[in-house]
Design a binder for this molecule. Sequence first.
Ligand code: COA
Length: 211
Amino acid sequence: MKHASATTRTTDASTATYRSATRPPVRFRPTPSITAHAPSNPVTVVARDGRVLELRAILPGDAPALRRAFDRMTPDQIRARFFYRMNELSEELADRLCHVDQTTTAAFVVTDPGNDVPGGEIRGEARMHVDPVTQTAEFALAVDPGFVEQGIGSTLLRRLLDECRRRGLLELWGDVLVDNHAMLDLARHLDPRNTVEHGTEPGLNRVRLAV
Ligand SMILES: CC(C)(COP(=O)(O)OP(=O)(O)OC[C@H]1O[C@@H](n2cnc3c(N)ncnc32)[C@H](O)[C@@H]1OP(=O)(O)O)[C@@H](O)C(=O)NCCC(=O)NCCS
């Protein structure tokens, strides 16, 4: 006599379901990306010298502009942003940076629409990566050397802080080279509650921005 099987399969392969007498029923789990998605319309940003720019979420089509923005960075800026020397931003990495998983990441660009480039040239880029366990996010950003000290870095960090508040996060933090005075001053300048402390590795400071 055949033993009764604990599992059954439907015969129609196109609607194949797997049922087991020993497993609990599968529960519906909502897709987190729906709630984590950042609704973001472009907003106008006026640089200190009057140049009119736009702040918006990064888009998949931004990869070529992001690579050009990287090419304009100085070696010191590249070291400050990535912590090591890089000669170019590969197509693959640029693509990855522009395809943002909204559940774990938020990324924004300030663009300069004053030329014929579709989407505009990228003059600043900032992103944060969320740790759902600690409910904090790590930031990184860079501003085009021709556009520094125009308030763009502060604007991008404020945008990330808005995003932290929207997601109910407790802190926005980043590791910053100890000789990166521009970033350390920017953090202190942004909010007196922000702190700078020794980082987890020599040569790094940990900057904590109050949400
Ligand atoms: C750090 C960085 C993002 C600052 O961007 P920015 O657009 O120039 O910053 P802001 O114009 O908003 O500056 C705001 C404040 O930061 C401080 N600051 C900015 N640049 C500074 C500099 N070169 N030296 C000292 N303080 C500076 C000032 O307090 C400034 O306020 P002020 O303009 O009223 O004096 C930019 O220099 C950069 O891209 N650096 C390379 C990448 C990097 O360091 N990223 C951070 C680590 S991930």
